[in-house]
Design a protein around this ligand. Structure first.
Ligand SMILES: *Cc1c(COP(=O)(O)O)cnc(C)c1O
Length: 370
């Protein structure tokens, strides 16, 4: 039987192997491994890709978000609005600064933070909204920007899952004061290890993040801030430049797979499909369906050699890590329902048509056979 791994990471590197080896050799031969020409080059390429003035390479996506918030002066006593359904990193970045994450529920069909619900959670301590372009679909940045302007809040993006997604003709990373990207290997643009970046059009914020990522120093051994060690190393930067040249092609392949899923799975009983938004708004980092039968569906697919995953089984407020916030079970019902019903089908640029057909036929068989 055809095998469909959830994501075939090896295939991506295989396709680019000669170029990746060449990039690695270049970094190796330079004899310079932290904060050099490769990092600078990738920063300028990625800023150009996103359409921002600046890109600052950092150690990972969580640090990208954390350094943005620190650079913006967010700290203890402040509140930052975050989606109730996201990867926990979004919340952790806020907690790292000493501020408190305040959860706002999503729209259940876009999975993104519901701008209409943001206002209800604004208090005198609210400083910012950290929107997430979840699963690759850009959040409603126009509505969020309007609310933020009205209440004098900063707006940031967690773009860890949305490299290349657009909103109103502009790319993610350029839709707010600053955005944090992750290049974790499984993301649409992935390094061969941990890596991340901050994009912004703001000179001052970019400068502050540059200083914070490097021990708070601008000049070696002279420290103006209590900074961090969170840098994008030369080897990863060189590899990322190679991967960046493929992102648009790979995103369009994801999009074609998503279209086939959407077309062939429409109308199944007890299966909710994701809302694709306008063309370009979704880059399909994940193809997430909802079903009250998701456990049986996942097992049925596993028996047919199809890998699936759950993003995410526990919403941040119910995780042990956030027990201290005392957010009771039942108080964020949409996030809780999503955690109980979502299932991610395989999607990736290296899935072939046969594999896509095997997934759609198997899902159809599951729902028809019930
Ligand atoms: C992956 C991810 C992060 C964190 O990125 P890392 O590089 O793993 O630190 C943050 N937010 C979201 C939504 C993510 O998916």
């Amino acid at each position: 039987m055809i095998k469909v791994p959830f994501l075939d990471l090896a295939a991506a590197q295989q396709e680019l192997k000669p170029q990746l080896i060449e990039a690695f050799d270049r970094a190796l031969d330079s004899g310079w491994f932290i904060m050099g020409a490769e990092c600078e080059r990738f920063e300028s390429e990625f800023a150009n890709y996103c359409g921002t003035k600046h890109c600052v390479g950092v150690g990972n996506g969580l640090e990208a978000l954390h350094l943005i918030l620190r650079a913006a002066g967010i700290g203890p006593g402040d509140e930052v609005i975050v989606p109730s359904n996201t990867y926990i990193a979004t919340w952790l970045a806020v907690s790292y600064t000493g501020a408190t994450p305040v959860a706002v529920e999503p729209n259940i069909s876009t999975f993104n933070i519901d701008p209409k619900k943001v206002e209800q959670k604004i208090t005198a301590n609210t400083r910012a909204v950290l929107a997430v372009h979840l699963y690759g679909r850009s959040a409603d940045m126009t509505a969020l920007a309007d609310t933020c302007r009205k209440h004098n809040l900063l707006l940031f993006e967690d773009a860890a899952q949305a490299h290349g997604s657009t909103f109103d003709g502009r790319r993610t990373g350029a839709l707010s004061l600053a955005a944090g990207f992750s290049f974790y290997p499984g993301k649409n643009l992935g390094a061969l290890g941990d890596a991340g970046a901050v994009t912004t059009n703001d000179d001052e914020l970019a400068d502050k993040v540059r200083v914070l990522r490097n021990y708070g120093s601008r000049k070696k051994y002279f420290n103006e801030l209590k900074g961090y060690n969170s840098r994008l190393d030369e080897v990863q930067a060189a590899l990322l430049s190679v991967k960046l040249s493929k992102i648009d092609e790979w995103n369009s392949r994801r999009s074609r797979i998503a279209d086939r899923y959407l077309d062939s799975l429409r109308g199944m009983p007890n299966l909710h499909l994701p809302d694709p938004g306008k063309p370009g708004e979704h880059t399909w980092h994940l193809f997430v369906v909802r079903s009250s039968n998701r456990t049986e569906l996942a097992k049925f697919l596993a028996d047919r050699n199809i890998g699936t995953l759950i993003h995410y089984p526990v919403p941040p407020h119910l995780s042990d890590a956030y027990a201290d916030l005392l957010i009771a079970k039942g108080s964020l019902p949409i996030a809780e329902e999503l955690a109980e019903t979502v299932l991610s089908l395989p999607i990736g640029p290296h899935m072939n048509d046969q594999q896509v057909d095997h997934v759609t036929e198997s899902v159809q068989l599951f729902f028809r056979g019930q």
